[in-house]
Design a protein around this ligand. Structure first.
Ligand SMILES: *Cc1c(COP(=O)(O)O)cnc(C)c1O
Length: 389
């Protein structure tokens, strides 16, 4: 006889919807040229400023995260400009690909997948080539779980004429990000990650010095013309029809973050769950893809020796209804990725680890049942020595 299985996403986008988001999405739609919508939009922009720790302009765009990346790049550069992409995974490659599509002179600094490009390497590249107009990087490289030292890289770009553009699509709300204090010029965020919304919105935080570039850039722009968006959004509108229902849900998501203690609490939540997952991985002899540079938005793991990662993904889905992500690019079919960003709690992650043990056991992996849970629970207790810490 069959058992009940609940459908659960443990993918680093989309992530599970917050119940307040689901409730907001079920409401009748508003018209966007109304005071009611304009006030929602204004609240969202203020909430996003808080979420991203900036007093600068934040724009809401109707597109997926990659649309936000394209909008950022197309607005701060002009055709033929030299740009530097830090590439340590599939999303770093995307920066380079967008640059090529727009006819930029793309320089690349590569790190092996699972590692990160260091601020020192960036400094050397900028010393060698002072014509580099902007540096593009991921805060959290979702294809490997690695994190870049964005604070350190910002220290390098701050004293120069080079802008720093950060894809924090999976990093914001999962990893520390202090946009203004670090001096990041452009931050890109997507709705379907730590904010626990459906896909469909991208957010851009823009520094004052990035606006000088945006005003003078010579790239063709239309839908993603940030100059026009800035004017409309200052009045609580947008240049074209906004994704109204998603914006209404965004307000609910931002309120939910505040209720849980703000962005720092959300970041800490991901850190606790990620640390427990890494402890469990050690007990299961599943090597981390990014052992030295791991972030906390997600954990990427190789399967135990002799096991196929695809079989593990399939087993979790078919027996337990849980979706974990496989690999991308060169890691396709080789790894598992488990998300911690957004609306996850300890029971979600400990439950997943428990069912992962059952799946591994069925696939013939030899280990002591419960050993990864013991490691994860100990990691949890270490980080939270009392119930309210
Ligand atoms: C999810 C993600 C993206 C892409 O976002 P889409 O919404 O799929 O376009 C880009 N960068 C990172 C780091 C991501 O995690």
């Amino acid at each position: 006889m069959r058992l009940i299985t609940k459908r659960r996403l443990f993918t680093p986008g989309p992530t599970p919807l917050h119940p307040a988001v689901q409730e907001a999405l079920a409401r009748p739609i508003l018209h966007h040229r109304t005071d009611e919508f304009r006030s929602v939009m204004k609240e969202c922009r203020l909430g996003l400023q808080k979420f991203l720790k900036t007093t600068g302009e934040v724009l809401v765009l109707a597109c997926s995260g990659s649309g936000g990346m394209e909008a950022a790049l197309a607005n701060v550069l002009s055709p033929g400009d030299t740009m530097l992409a830090l590439v340590a995974g599939a999303f770093g490659e995307r920066w380079a690909a967008i640059g090529k599509a727009y006819g930029m002179d793309v320089r690349v600094l590569e790190a092996p997948w699972g590692e990160a490009v260091s601020p020192e390497t960036v400094a050397q590249a900028l010393d060698r080539d002072p014509n580099i107009r902007a540096v593009f990087v991921q805060l959290s490289e979702s294809s490997t779980g690695a994190a870049h030292d964005v604070e350190g890289i910002a220290r390098v770009t701050n004293g120069r004429e080079t802008l720093l553009v950060v894809d924090a699509i999976s990093g914001a709300g999962a990893m520390p990000l202090d946009t203004d204090a670090w001096g990041v010029d452009v931050v890109v965020v997507g709705s379907q990650k730590a904010l626990a919304l459906p896909p469909g919105l991208a957010f851009l935080a823009l520094s004052r010095r990035s606006w000088d570039r945006i005003e003078s850039a010579r790239n063709p722009r239309f839908y993603f013309d940030l100059r026009r968006e800035r004017k409309s959004q200052a009045a609580g509108e947008s240049a074209f029809t906004p994704a109204i229902s998603l914006v209404v849900a965004l307000r609910a998501a931002l309120l939910a973050v505040e209720e849980m203690g703000g962005v720092d609490a959300l970041v800490n939540n991901a850190a606790v769950l990620a640390e427990a997952t890494r402890a469990a991985a050690g007990a299961l002899r599943m090597p981390l893809v990014a052992p030295r540079h791991h972030g906390n938005a997600l954990t990427a793991l190789y399967p135990p020796e002799g096991l196929d990662s695809g079989a593990i993904v399939k087993a979790l889905k078919s027996e337990f209804g849980s979706t974990v992500a496989g690999g991308q690019g060169g890691l396709k079919g080789k790894i598992l990725r488990v998300a911690h960003l957004g609306y996850y709690d300890a029971t979600d992650i400990l439950g997943l680890l428990s069912t992962l043990e059952i799946a591994l056991s069925r696939l013939g992996h030899r280990f002591e049942l419960g050993s990864s849970l013991a490691a994860a629970e100990a990691a949890y207790l270490r980080q939270r020595p009392d119930a309210r810490s």
